[in-house]
Structures are given as structure tokens and as C-alpha cells.
Write a protein of this length. Structure first.
Length: 163
């Protein structure tokens, strides 16, 4: 390969890389946090939380309690009393900004942080506890595969809209 061809190829690669980096930076700058977090069981929405004001919209039975629920050895307790009303993929226990659902494996506790306008899986039971270690999110989906629980976000700008 001659020297002129090498320079043209290097120039072309440099231009392509520059364009990709610019598009990526633009997409990050224009990224809008999610406005609504939807909690799903087996891809069916159970309830959603507005990240702006914490308002809830339910698609399932709601059990409001006046004390922080505790998950101990696969059992759910409220005020040190066993709570057995939740069924897999049906029902949500609500205490302030904490929500508990029964996933495929066990209970999943979700927390809405009104200060940061984020949501996270606070506690769950699964082989590797990956979904509770994912941290807070206001846009990136949270997936708890063994429990068939996902948290998705609406109100995001799509990269295709920018391009």
C-alpha cells in the first residue's frame, strides 16, 4: 500500500470516529431523565411512580400500611406481623416511598427517592442480588431477572430523534 492511500484511509477513519463521538456527546447532552418509572412483573405493569412528585398510578391491588415492612427469611412482616396478602405478580404493599411486590423468587422492595427523583431496588432475593446492587436510576432500566421484575422509564428522548 502506498503512502497516499494510507493517509486517505487514516483521514477517513479519523472523520468517522469524530462523527460518532460528536453524536454520542450530543445524545448525552440532550438526554432527559425519565418522568415516570413503571414497575413491571413478567412485562405486565403493576404500578408507576412519577419521578417529579412521587404520585402513584396502580394497575393492581394496593395494601397501604403504617409501618416499614421487613423482609426476613423469605417472609414479609409489617409491625412484626406476618403479611401474606401479596401474590406473585399481583398486589403492591405501600409504605411512604417504599413499595413491596412478590416476584417470581421472593419479595422485591423498591424505594423512590424524592430528593434525587430516582428509584432503586432496595432489597430482593435472587441468586446473585444483581438488581439491588444496580443502584438508583432515573433513566436506565433496572432488571431483576430471577424475580421477573423490571423497572422502565418513560419520558426519555430517543437518540433517533436527535439524529
Amino acid at each position: 500500500m502506498d503512502k497516499k492511500q494510507f493517509i486517505r484511509d487514516a483521514l477517513l477513519v479519523g472523520i468517522v470516529v469524530t462523527v460518532v463521538v460528536v453524536i454520542y456527546i450530543i445524545s448525552i447532552i440532550n438526554r432527559k431523565p425519565g418522568e415516570v418509572a413503571t414497575i413491571n412483573y413478567d412485562n405486565k405493569p403493576l404500578f408507576s411512580v412519577s419521578l417529579n412528585d412521587g404520585k402513584l398510578n396502580y394497575n393492581t391491588k394496593v395494601y397501604e400500611v403504617n409501618a416499614m415492612p421487613k423482609i426476613e427469611e423469605g417472609k414479609l412482616y409489617v409491625n412484626n406481623v406476618l403479611f401474606e396478602k401479596l401474590e406473585k405478580g399481583s398486589g403492591v404493599l405501600v409504605y411512604e416511598n417504599y413499595y413491596v411486590i412478590l416476584g417470581n423468587v421472593d419479595y422485591v422492595m423498591i424505594e423512590y427517592n424524592s430528593k434525587n427523583k430516582t428509584i432503586k431496588v432496595l432489597e430482593e432475593t435472587s441468586p446473585y442480588n444483581i438488581c439491588s446492587t444496580q443502584g438508583e436510576s432515573k433513566g436506565a432500566p433496572i432488571v431483576c431477572l430471577p424475580n421477573l421484575v423490571t423497572i422502565t422509564f418513560d419520558g426519555l428522548k430517543n437518540v433517533d430523534e436527535i439524529i
